[in-house]
Write a new protein. Structure first.
Length: 369
């Protein structure tokens, strides 16, 4: 039946969406931090609870999706999924309309959606859930277990399946939080050739054009003008021109999509601003210790990891963080905090490269044990 097929499709979408976030809950929590940041909802006091909120959202997606698949507690399940979809729809619309979070993380790092794509996906899911709610309303009064022995056994079996599914998901989530994701959807997975990726990016770079926001000081009219037209039209910048650039309102717009890879953000500099990226990806062996929250790193753990990396003879060793005074016995280098979080899911984190290829990566606490 059509409603059965629709139920199956929507259930699978929620399960897949929850699963790709469940394997990398720390990564999803970084996305939640973006929403709580001053630039978006301005609720920085919630940032420390980002991981907890991430767990709650993922658990709801996974278990409600699986309950829908098994037709368990249909009224409750559909009502909860509709509420969840409305919540997601609000977030994605806000992201799209105000252009504040460029990737909602709906499917983690496995599938990337633009904010508007995410919003329309949520609208479609919401419409489908409402149709299901109306279609199944006559079954809401029925219980999952019936007096008939066969149906009662079938109802119990569904709960056994749900229990087994729960245990598997709990293990996967715990593994991702305490160690590394069981399945790595990131561009920084083991085996990635960073040097090769850099070459692909350089051969096919994305192109951007700046659009200036101009305000006419006499009439109050506001125009958006791209950089080329601004230069060509002398009326915008000649002496005595009423047109003035509005500071802070200029936009950089993508006009040509190049080779897409998070490796584009792999840029490491020394405290003086000299770039070291080429030296690192060309080294026979490089060991990098990352920290995105240097102040939160336990001193004893930092001492242990520095001691171990220093014992690796012949390797190029750098500490990479947002603070040039983080590391005590290895050279400090700098990298954007968001870029570090793309690589490191633990604080601190160790990445090993051989001729630019990732050969090992693990949380520092695992590396020293």
């Amino acid at each position: 039946m059509i409603k059965g097929l629709l139920r199956f499709i929507i259930a699978v979408i929620f399960i897949l969406s929850g699963f790709v976030k469940a394997v990398d809950l720390v990564g999803f929590s970084f996305k939640m931090e973006e929403y709580f940041s001053p630039a978006v909802f301005n609720m920085p006091f919630f940032e420390k609870f980002a991981l907890l909120f991430s767990i709650i959202v993922v658990v709801l997606e996974l278990f409600l999706g699986f309950m829908l698949l098994l037709k368990l507690k249909l009224k409750f399940t559909l009502s909860a999924l509709i509420a969840l979809c409305i919540f997601f729809g609000f977030l994605t619309f806000y992201s799209a309309y105000f252009n504040v979070v460029t990737d909602c993380g709906c499917f983690g790092d496995a599938i990337k959606f633009t904010p508007w794509q995410s919003f329309f996906k949520d609208v479609a899911l919401l419409a489908g859930l409402i149709i299901l709610f109306i279609s199944y309303r006559k079954e809401f009064g029925k219980k999952d277990s019936y007096s008939n022995t066969g149906k009662e056994a079938s109802g119990k079996f569904k709960y056994y399946i749900l229990g087994a599914f729960s245990l598997i998901m709990i293990y996967i989530m715990a593994q991702g939080i305490m160690h590394e994701p069981i399945i790595d959807f990131r561009d920084y997975k083991i085996g990635t050739d960073i040097k090769g990726e850099k070459e692909k990016i350089n051969k096919n770079p994305s192109e951007y054009k700046t659009f200036y926001s101009l305000k006419n000081q006499k009439t109050g009219e506001i125009l958006k003008v791209n950089q080329d037209d601004y230069i060509k039209e002398t009326k915008y910048w000649e002496e005595g021109s009423p047109w003035k650039i509005e500071e802070g309102k200029n936009e950089s717009v993508l006009i040509k999509e190049g080779y897409k890879s998070e490796i584009v953000k792999f840029k490491i500099e020394d405290p003086a601003g000299m770039e070291l990226t080429e030296e690192i990806i060309k080294a026979p062996k490089a060991i990098l210790v990352f920290s995105y929250h240097p102040k939160d790193v336990p001193a004893d753990l930092l001492q242990k990891v520095e001691s171990k990396v220093n014992s690796q003879k012949g390797a190029l060793i750098y500490g990479v963080s947002t603070d040039q005074n983080t590391f005590k016995t290895i050279k400090n280098t700098m990298m954007d905090g968001t870029a570090i979080k793309t690589i490191a899911r633990s604080n601190p984190f160790v990445l090993v490269l051989e001729n630019g290829r990732i050969t090992d990566k693990q949380p520092a606490k695992d590396y020293v044990n």
